[in-house]
Design a protein around this ligand. Structure first.
Ligand code: BF8
Ligand code: SF4
Length: 634
């Protein structure tokens, strides 16, 4: 029955139907055309590292057991994995670097479109980076925060400031003892990549260990990305908004902002409000309607309540509504296919980063110093495109889903403080200790054509909440759980177990919501996973343990990207059981598979749980949570 569905979002299903009618190819058509997918690639047994290859090693059958150079299956699988992790880390890092660099330019008066919006956060960050803030003005502190952050890329002396800031004392100690505490970002990435060069490292255990060091470097960079974004654009606070493809408006110029980095989308929003009248003059009665896609959407949703139209897998389908004037993209998770989809409509695809051009798109070069000019140009292009909209092709689905967003670490702590101003985190830890909240699960990660779009997220979140497990979400999990109606008070009342409902109601009432908090707390984009790490850190410190003892787990049931792979890996390395719902390409090596699912536990306390079935996955995650509760004596 479920096999007949591609997505559980009805607004997506109606656009799939329209795409079929209009003969427009979608990601699912290309998935089908790709079948059967190569078994060597699927299990990680294919090596293309040097030009003697490709080598396909056959661990079970009668084929070769080693590559032409003699690399065995464990080495091949571990090297492939490490390379993916390095790409994921690099992507997070570029994101963080752009933001840090812009903060530096702000401090030097070189980027007019930006300013320090959250001074409190700036001071908090400075202190966490061990900077002295006494007698310094805002721009001086901003300069030091930016400089310290940028130094982390190639720091020669001292400690990796952001790794230091993001880990618990106990975890730092552990990683130092294991020799796995990174010194800086650049050296760590280069070290990992150079190990995978032909004829370099052929010890799979050491390759995996360097992946753990890289994972710490990655979580540090993600924290940098989130925290510096909060300084420039504001720390999110709870906000009501809407989600799914029904957020497009027939009588507006619809601009979809897609990608990851808030530097661009924030300024496009500013320009849109300034040019709204021009859009009305062009005939769009409702002016400009900005909607978000993927993590850019999450960034805008958490800070400004901008509606989130959809997540990764369905980005093409948004244009099938025939009502999108422009899809503006920056970097990461942008399907090259959007250009072909747009060609069937009047939609302009506008790429913006010189280092992330999209073949066939209109390129408007974006730089922080001239951000407003670029943003104005983008809006002008969208207004121009509106004149070419073909009304006969327009079909916007009905029924936008309401959703609450904006649960930053600070917002969560402030909400807990409503019940105990002196010791906010104890509200959470006491309720964990007394069993009202059995544990916490963070949903993150992507969508994947191997899974019915959004199905696993929604199925699992409801089951976990029923078991009194608090659910939080980031990244494309937000798109799934928001469009699935689970970021609402109604969902808490309908699905949460009795004691979880009680706690969420006490907090919601205290916050003046006249009812519970939403069943799923929306913590933002993928880089914002580090907001959750801060909650974990506070809870661990309160309970006097490290994170690896907490009844907290991660789930990425529809994961695909390299970024999500390294996030899952740092989840394990900081001590959390981490579920993935897609079989990773490692199964050709029992050594690597066993390390990820079992061996990692001994070293780090966390491990991977691989389970495609969502209900089985809930059982396995819950079993991990329960065994941690027993070990804690609660
Ligand atoms: O950083 S969850 S598909 S959009 S990688 Fe990409 Fe995956 Fe979505 Fe955001 Ni994250
Ligand atoms: Fe084959 Fe070794 Fe070259 Fe990989 S590195 S392609 S296993 S020869």
């Amino acid at each position: 029955m479920l096999e007949n569905y591609k997505s559980v979002d009805p607004t997506v299903s109606s656009m799939i139907f329209k795409a079929e009618k209009e003969n427009i190819e979608t990601v699912w058509d290309r998935h089908d055309a790709m079948q059967p997918q190569c078994g060597f690639g699927e299990t990680g047994a294919c090596c293309r590292i040097c030009w003697k290859g490709p080598c396909r090693v056959d661990p079970l059958g009668n084929g070769p057991k080693v590559g032409i150079c003699g690399a065995n299956i464990d080495v091949i699988v571990a090297r492939n994995l490490l390379r993916s992790f390095a790409v994921g880390t690099s992507a997070h890092t570029e994101h963080a670097r752009h933001i840090a660099h812009t903060l530096l330019e702000v401090s030097q008066g070189k980027a007019d479109a930006y300013k320090v919006k959250d001074k409190k956060k700036l001071i908090d960050v400075a202190k966490r980076l061990n900077l002295n803030v006494e007698n310094k003005d805002t721009l001086q502190i901003a300069k030091e925060v930016a400089t310290t952050s940028l130094e982390d890329f190639g720091r020669l002396d001292g400690e990796y400031a952001w790794a230091n800031a993001v880990l618990t004392e106990k975890r730092k100690e552990k990683m130092k003892n294991l020799g796995l505490m990174p010194k800086n970002l650049g050296g760590t990435v280069v070290d990992c990549l150079s190990r995978t060069h032909v004829g370099s490292e052929s010890d799979p255990a050491n390759l995996l260990a360097s992946g753990a060091r890289l994972a710490i470097a990655d979580v540090a960079m993600m924290a940098m990305g989130t925290e510096l974004s909060d300084i420039l654009f504001g720390t999110p606070t709870p906000v009501m908004t809407t989600s799914n493809m029904a957020v497009l408006k027939k009588d507006a110029i619809n601009i979809a902002l897609h990608g990851h980095n808030p530097l661009l989308c924030e300024v496009v929003c500013d320009a849109a409000s300034l040019l709204n009248q021009k859009a009305k003059d062009a005939g769009a009665k409702e002016g400009i309607n900005i909607v978000g896609v993927c993590c850019t959407g999450n960034e805008l949703m958490e800070r400004h309540g901008v509606p989130l139209a959809t997540n990764y897998l369905t980005q093409e389908l948004l244009m099938v509504t025939g009502a999108v004037e422009a899809m503006v993209v920056d970097t990461q998770c942008i399907m090259p296919a959007i250009v072909e989809t747009a060609s069937h409509y009047h939609t302009r695809i506008i790429s913006t980063l010189d280092e992330n051009k999209i073949g066939g798109a209109t390129h408007v070069s974006f730089h922080p110093q001239t951000a407003m000019q670029s943003a104005n140009k983008i809006i002008e292009l969208a207004i121009e495109a509106y004149a070419n909209r073909d009304d006969s092709k327009v079909e916007i689905p009905n029924g936008a889903q309401k959703a609450m967003s904006g649960f930053s670490y600070e917002a969560i702590i402030s909400t807990l403080a409503l019940l105990n101003a002196d010791d906010p985190i104890s509200v959470l830890t006491d309720n964990i200790a007394n069993g009202n909240i059995q544990g916490i699960v963070l949903f993150g990660g992507c969508n994947n054509t191997k899974v019915v779009h959004n199905y696993n997220y929604i199925t699992m979140a409801k089951e976990l909440a029923k078991k009194n497990i608090l659910v939080v979400a980031t990244g494309c999990a937000v798109g799934a759980l928001a469009t699935g109606g689970l970021m609402t008070q109604e969902a808490t009342l309908e699905y949460a177990g009795d004691t979880l409902k009680e706690v969420l109601t006490a907090l919601g009432d205290a916050a003046g919501l006249k009812g519970p908090l939403p069943m799923v707390l929306n913590m933002g984009s993928c880089v914002d996973n580090t907001r959750v790490v801060r909650v974990c850190e506070d809870a661990a410190n309160k309970l006097g343990v490290d994170i690896d003892k907490l009844p907290i787990a991660i789930s990425a049931p529809e994961l695909m990207s390299e970024k999500a792979q390294i996030i899952g890996t740092w989840g394990v390395v900081i001590g959390l059981p981490t579920h993935v719902g897609v079989i990773p390409p490692v199964t050709a090596s029992s050594f690597v598979t066993n390390f990820l699912t079992e061996g990692a536990k001994d070293l780090f306390g966390g491990h991977f749980i691989v389970e495609p079935d969502p209900l089985e996955a809930v059982e396995k995650i819950n079993a991990s949570i329960q065994s941690r509760r027993i070990a804690l004596g609660i």
